[in-house]
Design a protein around this ligand. Structure first.
Ligand code: BGC
Length: 735
């Protein structure tokens, strides 16, 4: 539709119709809970602008048809959904995808997810989540694509926007992306979900803002506000954040939506006295759509009529929503490109499963491989033990639209790969004791489940596991977090593997057999005990539909693991938040000195550092060179290093470049990732890897909050992770 026609449409709209465009509800069925809860009049129901988490081409078609038959101006509904790591085919959770350090892997996972969802009618996807995360207690670190690093966050934010939106969001297989959660949601105090965020503007701009900014620069159509406060004001009514930073500075012109009922929640935050004030504050701060609270529906019209909210402000928001609908081509074709036939064809595609299998194995991180116990020799008799050995709950928390019938378990795949006669299976234990599950359920107001003879059953499981393990050459132990332990509202104050599973491992160690532990989880965990008792440790996160195939591809040596961590793993929960790109203190840790910055009971450094991950190949780094010791505006310098695969196994390696600004007008991080390359190496192959360093990489938010590079000395580090690096120096003189 031409702009003039769209403007004409806006001018024809009544106040109610305008307000309607700014409301999002979960269905238009008046008999269901959400609509009743929101107390919408049936008239308002047919003015609403968008629908949340309704999927499936036939269902969407039906709703759109009914809606359009009752909507005076025939303005189509927008369908928005949370397709976080897959629709029917589920890919590894976002934190795992990031661990591939491979934009192509992230692109492929994202593209297939949106192709499936778009064919099923979704117009807008509530992804990517680009919140920077440093605290593993927060359950939503699983959704973070860039982990604790702003540079990785930027790279993957751009990749995901490209995959979702393509060049034209109205075309087949594309949809609008909604970047979330704006902003700094990852910094909630104590890792407790929805909690307060209070941080300096410098910290915000330096670490947290870049990934959102990158997504916006790539053309993201929507932004979702976050639940948290930022420096005393909830993000959803924060004018500085939404009008000044987002719209004025970053130039964002798309639609801003609140998170689920976040406008109304400003009452609980204690900054709005009632719903009317909440509506006033949110619209004035620049929130266009109210997701699932009834404050816009019930108060916006009145606020405009009273002259408190200028109609111009309302019109601007409505205009942005109409523009998005127009860009999606919905005025011409309200059903988008989705229809049952196309949906079925795409959802049945074997290719999607193939892509899932290939991408998934690249997201695993090999944390330990003592005496090269992995890959397994194929003639082994294997005891496959643990609550994840024959379990399909491996998709993670955002998999509500998945096709569970396609998931295979480790047991099924292992039996088909090496023959049933070579697999001795035992469950070994539950993931959690019933008491622990009940604690989770009760805290959510769900009735707890009573379990008879739990102790006897535990003993029986353990006995069986030990018996099976005795008959085997090697043990594969599949353990982890319960799927209810990570995701939204899943903060944990203790991030260890449960006692019941650690006990199982302890019993198995007594047999003196090699143990390969496979970890299913959504966050960095405290792994000391598990690591010490395992010969190999493979972090597979929640790996998705093709998880079992991909795991066995790695375990059996068909695929060489190449993932690297995007979050530091802590020594103990008390070390959270922990991240590699921290500042130095005035008293950095020195061994055997008392009054330095340290813990008495654990080491200062992380257990596994950012960027860490092993391979079946042996990569050796040597000969770090720098093209000049001085960098100039017009003369970037080049750093190169020789990397050799000193083994007979081909593999991929992530070569990482870090920089430290040694003296600044304000404190500077001890290291910052500034580049990486993921390279494939043939056996024994040696390559020279080069990086260019430019002045742009040296810029930061200085003492006066200006984004500039300062003269002085810099260190460059290159290596396989953030800890084991080689280093050299250069100087920048600002002329
Ligand atoms: C989450 C968002 C999500 C929204 C809609 C909220 O609870 O914080 O990430 O997009 O629900 O489902």
């Amino acid at each position: 539709m031409k702009k003039e026609k769209l403007l004409k449409l806006l001018n024809q709209m009544t106040l109610e119709e305008k307000v309607g465009q700014l409301i999002q509800i979960a269905d238009i069925d008046t008999t269901t809970g959400p609509v009743k809860k929101l107390n919408l009049s049936s008239e308002m129901l047919f003015h609403v602008g968008s629908i949340l988490n309704v999927v499936g081409s036939e269902k969407i078609r039906k709703i759109q048809k009914e809606y359009l038959s009752r909507n005076r101006l025939k303005i189509p509904l927008l369908f928005m959904a949370d397709i976080i790591n897959g629709y029917r085919t589920v890919f590894p959770i976002p934190i795992a995808q990031g661990c591939s350090w491979n934009p192509k892997v992230v692109y492929d996972c994202t593209k297939v997810s949106i192709q499936e969802a778009e064919a099923a009618g979704t117009n807008v996807n509530f992804s990517p989540m680009v919140d920077l995360v440093r605290d593993s207690r927060w359950g939503r670190v699983m959704e973070s694509i860039g982990g604790e690093d702003p540079y990785l966050g930027k790279v993957f934010a751009k990749t995901m926007i490209e995959a979702y939106q393509g060049k034209d969001i109205s075309k087949l297989g594309n949809a609008a992306a909604c970047v979330k959660h704006f902003a700094a949601y990852g910094a909630v105090e104590g890792g407790r979900d929805y909690n307060t965020v209070d941080m300096s503007e410098r910290e915000f701009r330096q670490y947290y803002l870049p990934a959102y900014q990158a997504a916006i620069e790539k053309g993201a159509e929507m932004i979702m506000t976050s639940f948290n406060t930022i420096n005393g004001i909830p993000a959803t009514v924060n004018s500085w954040l939404l009008r000044k930073v987002l719209r004025e500075e970053l130039g964002f012109q798309g639609v801003v939506i609140s998170d689920y009922s976040a406008i109304e929640e400003t009452i609980a935050h204690g900054v709005s006295k009632d719903k009317k004030e909440a509506a006033y504050k949110a619209i004035m701060a620049g929130v266009d759509i109210d997701m699932m609270s009834n404050v816009y529906a019930n108060h916006l019209k009145e606020l405009v009529e009273e002259g408190k909210v200028p109609e111009r402000i309302l019109d601007e928001s409505v205009w942005r929503v109409l523009t998005l609908k127009n860009k999606l081509g919905l005025f011409e074709n309200p059903y988008g490109n989705s229809n049952k036939e196309r949906e079925m064809k795409i959802l049945k595609s074997k290719k999607n499963l193939q892509i899932a299998r290939e991408t998934t194995s690249e997201t695993f991180v090999l944390l330990k491989n003592e005496k090269e116990v992995l890959p397994l020799k194929k003639n082994n008799k294997i005891a496959l033990i643990g609550p994840y050995a024959d379990n399909i709950a491996i998709l993670g928390s955002w998999s509500m639209f998945s096709d569970k019938s396609k998931i295979l378990t480790l047991k099924e795949v292992l039996e088909s790969r090496i023959g049933c006669e070579n697999v001795l299976y035992a469950k070994g234990s539950e993931i959690l004791k019933q008491k622990e599950i009940n604690e989770i359920l009760e805290a959510e107001g769900i009735d707890s489940i009573q379990m008879e003879n739990e102790e006897a059953k535990e003993k029986e499981y353990l006995k069986e596991a030990v018996e099976k393990a005795k008959q085997a050459d090697i043990i594969i132990l599949a353990i982890g977090e319960h799927y209810r332990q990570s995701g939204e509202a899943c903060s944990r104050a203790n991030i260890e593997i449960s006692e019941i599973q650690r006990n199982l491992l302890k019993e198995l160690t007594k047999l003196n057999k090699k143990i390969i532990t496979i970890l299913f989880n959504g966050r960095p965990l405290v792994l000391k005990e598990v690591e010490e008792k395992s010969d190999a440790l493979l972090e597979v996160w929640f790996p998705g539909t093709e998880g079992a195939n991909a795991i066995l591809d790695v375990i059996l040596g068909d695929v060489n693991p190449s993932g690297k961590l995007t979050m530091s793993f802590p020594q103990a929960t008390g070390q959270c938040p922990i991240y590699y790109n921290h500042y130095n203190t005035g008293r950095p840790h020195i061994n055997n000195v008392r009054y330095v910055s340290r813990y008495q009971d654990i080491p200062t450094e992380s257990y596994y550092p950012f960027g860490y991950g092993l391979s079946y190949s042996k990569f050796e780094y040597s000969d770090l060179k720098i093209s000049s010791n001085h960098i100039k505006e017009d003369l970037p310098i080049t750093v190169s290093i020789s990397v050799k695969n000193n083994s007979k196994i081909a593999g991929k390696e992530v070569i990482q470049l870090y920089i430290q600004d040694l003296v600044g007008s304000c404190v500077r991080p001890v290291k910052e990732l500034k580049g990486f390359k993921k390279e494939y190496f043939e056996p024994w192959e040696e390559k020279e890897i080069t990086f260019q360093i430019t002045i742009d990489m040296l810029k930061f938010w200085n003492e006066k909050l200006e984004y500039k590079a300062e003269s002085g000395e810099f260190k460059v580090f290159v290596g396989p992770n953030s800890k084991d690096t080689k280093e050299c120096r250069f100087e920048f003189i600002n002329s």
